[in-house]
Design a binder for this molecule. Sequence first.
Ligand code: FAD
Ligand code: UDP
Length: 386
Amino acid sequence: MNFDYIIIGAGFAGATLAERLANKANKKVLVIDKRDTIGGNMYDYKDENGIIVHKYGPHLFHTNLENVYNYLQNFGVWFKYEHRVLGMVNNKLVPIPFNLTSISKSFDKELANKLIDILKNKFGIDKKIPILELRKYPDKDINELAEYIYQNVFLYYTMKQWGKTPDEIDPSVTNRVPVYVSLDDRYFQDKYQCMPKEGYTKVFEKMLESDNITVKLNTDAKDILQITDKIYFEGKEFTGKVIYTGPIDELFDYKEGILPYRSLDFEFEKLDTKYFQDVATVNYPTKEDKFTRITEYKHMTIQNGDQIDKTVIMREYPKAFNKDNNDIPYYPIENDESQKMYKKYLAKCNKFDNLYLVGRLAQYKYYNMDLVINEALNLYNELEGE
Ligand code: FAD
Ligand code: UDP
């Protein structure tokens, strides 16, 4: 078959473009992925007990982008789910983001009430303050509280996750989980928060089911595409368009250097008990534990968890990414140096008039899935929009 487009990667970036190009623009699309599954890091499966498990870490859909929410409704039923996280903070389980309830649970009544009043007066109710900003306030009480939260919530979690302290990484990372002057104990406050009833993989199956789409798994782009002066597909010049969603340094044989990432090891455990913990995720910002969080999938992926006597939990162990160990590059490490290197790769890519980049790895941005889908929808409009 002659393809109009070749898309590398069957995650949300690749699948969104394939779906739009095939169903809206009637283009013939080849989607390849080196894994034996579709869905990229969103891939999930139902285990023998009927529990949907996310293979690559807990994935909660949340967005303020109405277009992205509406788009996803085309691919199955989504149920409302609001994620709640507790943190093991100084030997007590308290809501994360650290909020007014966390203060009440962490300090004696008198001190807690005093701190709550100070925060409410200073910032106002429902205000979010990044920890690195809270630490700068000269007020003694606020400063002591900020120091407590920094030490017990952020310092060791961040050192485990990134191998660096919160001050040494881009502030946008810790800003994702601010201190919250509120009784709202949800992890996210986005307008739309939901999960796919049948799991993400079924969503991807629906996205990719068109006759215009050919999906080839277990296929590395390197084995079928040669990118030299032009792009060659199976030995012949490819005059259609190529959309790449993998790591950009890999595409260009690391000629400008290896972009830094963090990777993870996941440790799954099946337990003969109905529930292991009270909420889907418990964070461990502790020095002693090597993992960052434990997720119990039942809480977030199914609605009949009470009827199943078993459960599955998963611990996340962050580590440095090493391409030679076949680690998966989960988190781009955005800083001035990596951006400089990324721009060199971008310049290489821009020399081709038929090569496009989209997705968390190809754009080298710490994107949640909604932003990846939005970027893919924007690229579709650029390529084929009326
Ligand atoms: P990916 O899903 O990584 O897909 C890229 C695909 O390209 C992969 O399947 C890969 O195999 C393939 N590929 C790469 N190179 C090649 C090649 N050379 N040849 C062939 N195929 C190739 N987002 C949220 O919104 N909510 C969450 O709760 C959330 N939790 C997360 C938890 C963890 C632990 C992680 C790591 C991420 C989380 N995210 C979350 C982010 C979310 O996973 C991403 O935004 C989204 O999956 C990115 O989609 P993508 O298509 O850009 O990339
Ligand atoms: N973080 C932390 N303690 C926590 C939760 C988050 O220090 O209990 C920091 C940490 O640096 C982490 C970042 O906030 O990497 C973003 O957290 P988020 O839960 O958004 O990370 P993700 O789900 O993307 O891994």
